[in-house]
Ligand binder design. Structure first.
Ligand code: BYC
Length: 316
């Protein structure tokens, strides 16, 4: 088949809802788009451990600490599934991490904001994992098999993460006046950055057209953002919190909540590396990656030892 015929057949498979697997033929742009997105997604999971890790030693009870610890460990697992999915394109994790450190690969803008109080642990679980579920439930239907399968497992755990966050926020909202103020303050600070997690508006999103054609994304940034808004506004009202948007209003005709325009200048500023915590997050990752070199060296030496032992057994 010519390259053109292969491209036509590829699109027919996508249109028919078939999954594309690593050894199948695929256009270079499809590969590049997926590698970019999956590796960025993996980095987000790993960098996303930092704001929560910062609160582990200050959790207000043993129960809260155990739950937070389990959640953070889940995020590490998500990173591993996703690095493995990205490695199916023939680029290994060492290279992906080098791309993160050099700034070539991004991670989600949301993790460049500070977690200032315990209520932020609630807001991250409720809003950040809540947004992630909306986005990732869609990605579980993605055309690329390894990514879609990773998403199915990840979404199951995200459901628990969202509930642990909502429980913290709901308890604080029902607590003392100071606790309710902390919950409201966390919502005030995390609301707009959570809306930005879905990426630019569809009209300004350079990748959406091709990603939807290839069913990498089966729903657009704006559709998913609106779904998140509609869900979350109701959840906030249920526990007596106020969405920090004076223009928030329910449109009875469309049956959707309408919000103020998003501050995209801030979004792009954060994406370009100038958010409140970009340097801190990346420097932290670099420092501990370097300090962990001995672990990787030991693992490699052990692998070599196993290889030479098995070669010796085979030759005997
Ligand atoms: N932040 O054309 P667009 C978690 C970039 S972790 C930074 O719409 P696309 C958790 C985009 O990369 C889960 N950059 O792109 C973990 C592109 O730039 P490049 C995090 C963003 O890819 C620990 C440009 O803007 N979730 O839940 O079609 C603790 C144009 O955008 C962002 C994921 O990673 C952003 N928010 O759509 C707690 C989801 N948005 O690469 C919780 C996986 C856009 O051309 N990713 N950009 O230089 C996706 O679903 C898609 O990549 C996006 C963007 C919807 C984010």
């Amino acid at each position: 088949m010519t390259e053109e015929e292969k491209a036509i057949q590829f699109q027919q498979r996508i249109d028919a809802g078939e999954k594309i697997e690593p050894r199948d033929w695929m256009p270079d742009d499809y590969k590049q788009t997926l590698f970019r997105q999956i590796s960025q997604h993996a980095h987000s999971e790993i960098i996303g451990m930092q704001p929560e890790g910062n609160w582990l030693l200050r959790a207000p009870s043993l129960r809260a600490k155990k739950i937070l610890m389990a959640k953070i460990q889940d995020e590490a697992g998500h990173g591993l599934y996703l690095y493995s999915a990205a490695e199916t394109f023939g680029i290994d994790r060492t290279e992906m991490i080098a791309m993160l450190h050099s700034g070539k690969a991004k991670y989600s803008s949301i993790f460049n904001y500070p977690a200032l109080t315990w209520a932020d642990m609630g807001a991250i679980g409720w809003l950040v994992d809540g947004a992630a579920i909306v986005n990732q439930t869609m990605l579980a239907k993605c055309s690329y098999g390894p990514y879609a399968r990773a998403m199915v497992r990840i979404c199951k755990e995200e459901g628990f993460h969202q509930r642990q966050g909502y429980e913290i926020i709901a308890n604080m909202s029902a607590g003392t006046r100071e606790q309710k103020e902390m919950a409201q303050d966390a919502l005030n600070r995390w609301w707009e950055p959570s809306l930005m997690m879905f990426g630019p508006h569809d009209a300004d999103s350079p990748h959406t057209h091709n990603s939807m054609k290839w069913k990498i994304k089966v729903e657009s940034n704006d559709t998913l953002r609106q779904r998140f808004i509609d869900r979350t506004v109701e959840q906030a009202h249920h526990i007596g919190l106020t969405i920090p948007d004076k223009n928030l209003k329910y449109n009875k005709e469309t049956m959707h909540w309408e919000t103020s325009p998003i501050n995209w200048d801030e979004f792009w500023n954060v994406v370009k590396g100038n958010g409140p915590c970009n340097h801190q997050r990346l420097n932290h990752h670099k420092k501990y990656h370097q300090e962990g070199q001995w672990v990787r060296d030991c693992a490699r030496a052990f692998e070599e030892k196993l290889k030479s032992e098995s070669a010796a057994i085979k030759s005997n």
